[in-house]
Design a protein around this ligand. Structure first.
Ligand code: FS2
Ligand code: SF4
Length: 548
């Protein structure tokens, strides 16, 4: 195996024996085989679309296939073997349809491959992984593009679950997959493609925002309980709001409560979910704390998407762990997809919960969130007044991911050390590093404005653009905003590319720069976008706020 797609890449260069995330050599190679076969599906589907032969099955396969290879989503080798078989089948069906329509294509190697057994695939994947590209800069750009579309696929999948699709997004994803196999593209052409990836990522985020807000209402300022009640409960993690909806609906009279964990916290901000009295609160913190927190919870846990940590061998919650959607773990019970027009069937999970004790309390109190773009626009006058009177002098975007690296305590210290006139704009699980700190308010505006999941990063972009308009500025770079973003996996990569595509400069990315950036590609990002990383809290406060 060779994988360097996330911030935890071993030694800052790449995982070669086993992923720091827990991904095995076998799964890593199978993921590379799946990506390879999806390139073949993309090849025929592009041609088929031009010939008027649309296949939603091919689109869904590509989107969900990419999503399953995002960090901490799917650890199950058997599931990857199944997906590779499905992808080969869809690819051959498309090829036959084209042939039957009299369309003959110059078929590249990656579109023709169909041999071997799963045992061979486990070896073969390595030769199709990142190291297939020799030139380090071309490899870096192609992998940056691939990780961008993986993140985009996650957002696109969530929107599709709610019935929202945009052909421009899938069409770009297919083109980008093919570009990663195109040996004629120059580094400059690949850079253009990476920027296009950012622009298309913005479309995907906008589409998801529309899907979420049209279905569940606009997030509003909300107070979320951190304590527990005295009935058994189910803990829901991940990002899929439709799964949460189905579970809440089916469990409403079951005598149990539903709690959120990690990135499901922002579900509490939507008016739709507030109608369920048994939607009890948020339990615990960001994904990487799940081993101890799932253990303490005592009831069933539902992982709807990433971020799953492989449960230790002695974890009692192994028998309480359920997965659904693209997420899988060997041995965990999987809730199958919903059939058209029906809800997912969570009855097993609900019955299981009834046999469990109430959760063990981890903490008490409340937190406030729900500052997505619509809510920020509603208090825009107040915010602008605070800016004009100097009560707010800058915004600090501290969005992105949390993770287990001890170096991430930097973000807690940074938030704590910010001057009192600075307001943090956040989205994603990075918020758990400071959302429980007593940072106070400025004229009733909390100093941490949480827009929601990483999936809601669009809100931060929209807020920045709204401020730009309201303050009559010509460039986003003239705003009193500094960016100190933490990344971990590929959904953060597409958010970064979306910001770059808007021309946002001086983003600080930490806790370390991606291992997949070659020296030259890193230099280009520094030169063109003044991207920086982080140092010490004191130095960065001087550097970043001095420049704001
Ligand atoms: Fe956290 Fe980052 Fe889990 Fe998001 S690790 S913000 O992209 O997927 O959440
Ligand atoms: Fe390593 Fe991250 Fe890849 Fe896991 S996803 S194998 S931790 S680089």
């Amino acid at each position: 195996m060779f994988c360097f797609q996330c911030q935890e890449a071993a030694r800052g260069t790449g995982c070669e024996i086993r992923g720091v995330c827990g991904k095995t050599d076998e799964v890593s190679n199978l993921q590379d085989v799946l990506i390879h076969v999806l390139k073949g599906v993309a090849f025929y589907h592009r041609a088929a679309r031009e010939a008027g032969i649309e296949s939603q099955k091919a689109e869904d396969l590509i989107i969900e296939g990419l999503f399953t290879t995002v960090t901490n989503v799917n650890f199950d080798p058997d599931d990857f073997v199944k997906r590779i078989h499905q992808a080969l089948h869809v690819r051959e069906t498309l090829r036959k349809s084209l042939h039957e329509s009299g369309i003959r294509l110059q078929e590249p190697d990656f579109a023709r491959w169909h041999e071997g057994s799963p045992t061979e695939w486990k070896r073969k994947g390595y030769t199709w992984g990142p190291r297939r590209t020799e030139d380090p800069d071309v490899r870096s750009l192609k992998e940056l593009l691939l990780y961008g579309i993986k993140g985009m696929a996650a957002y696109t999948h969530h929107a599709a679950v709610l019935g929202y699709r945009d052909e421009r997004i899938i069409s770009f994803i297919e083109r980008a997959l093919l570009a990663t196999e195109d040996t004629t593209l120059s580094p400059n052409e690949l850079i253009d493609m990476v920027m296009e990836c950012g622009r298309t990522g913005l479309l995907a985020m906008e589409l998801l925002d529309e899907a979420n807000t049209s279905t569940y209402g606009n997030p509003e300022v909300s107070t979320v309980n951190l304590g527990v009640r005295n009935r058994p409960g189910i803990l829901v993690s991940g990002h899929d709001l439709k799964d949460l909806e189905d579970l809440l609906e089916q469990s409403k009279d079951a005598g149990i409560d539903i709690y959120t964990h990690g990135e499901m916290l922002p579900a509490h901000y939507y008016p739709f979910f507030k109608r369920y009295p048994h939607f009890a609160g948020n339990y615990g913190n960001a994904w990487w704390k799940q081993v101890e927190e799932f253990e303490a919870f005592g009831g069933p846990i539902l992982m709807t998407t990433n971020c799953l940590v492989p449960p230790p061998a002695n974890a009692t919650y192994r028998s309480r762990l359920y997965t659904t959607g693209p997420v899988r773990y060997p041995g965990a019970r999987h809730i199958p997809e919903r059939t058209p027009g029906a809800r997912k069937d969570f009855s097993r999970l609900i019955e299981h919960a009834k046999t469990c004790p109430p959760p063990t309390q981890l903490e008490e109190g409340t937190i406030v969130g729900g500052f997505a773009h619509h809510q920020v626009a509603a208090v825009a006058d107040k915010v602008l007044e605070a800016i004009k009177t100097g009560k707010i002098t800058r915004f600090v975007v501290m969005a992105g991911c949390d993770g287990r690296s001890p170096s991430r305590s930097y973000y807690t210290e940074f938030a704590r050390s910010l001057p009192q006139d600075a307001v943090i704009l956040t989205a994603g699980c990075a918020k758990y590093r400071y959302n429980k700190l007593p940072l106070g308010e400025i004229d009733g505006i909390p100093r941490v404005l949480d827009a929601g999941q990483c999936n809601d990063s669009y809100s931060l972009i929209k807020t920045a653009l709204t401020l730009k308009e309201a303050l009559g500025l010509t460039s986003v770079n003239d705003l009193p905003i500094v960016y100190n973003i933490a990344w971990y996996e590929q959904k953060a990569v597409i958010v970064l590319l979306a910001l770059l595509s808007l021309g946002v400069k001086r983003i600080h990315l930490g806790p370390s720069l991606p291992a997949f950036l070659s020296e030259r590609v890193r230099d280009i990002l520094i030169r063109e976008f003044e991207i920086g990383t982080i140092a010490t809290v004191d130095d960065d406060l001087d550097r970043m706020l001095g420049a704001a």
